[in-house]
Design a protein. Sequence first.
Length: 162
Amino acid sequence: MPGNTGKNDPAIGIRAMTMGDLDAIVALEKAVFSDPWPRDAFSDILSGEGWSALVAECDTGIIAYACCMTLDEGARLANIAVAESYRRKSVAKRLLARILDDAKKAECEYILLEVRPGNTEAITFYERHGFRHMYRRPHYYHSPTEDALVMVRYLSEDDENE
């Protein structure tokens, strides 16, 4: 597996998600989210067109995953989940970097995501990585019912800043 991402980070590898990963992915999904996706959703992603799904793993197994759909001119980050004991170790940062790179290679102009307004840790993470608030989508989440903040990052701005 690749070397450390920082001096206190574990050795983490990132690869494409496979059907054999679904038990671990579903368990992680249930541990992280109050309204988890069912197994079928991940199975559909792996067999669907336009989707990419990544896992992060270390010697303890799968510790995180991310799912993204490429649309005509943009992409939609559907999910990033990191096991609690591996948060703040650059795992989400590395997954997001791969997703952004893949979106650029697919010539996407932007990437969108939804996040719960109460998830300040995620909002701060996305803002730190160039995402901005677009609008609020009422009653998007369930268990508990909550709006979604829709955030965007324009990938053409990345080219201007390089």
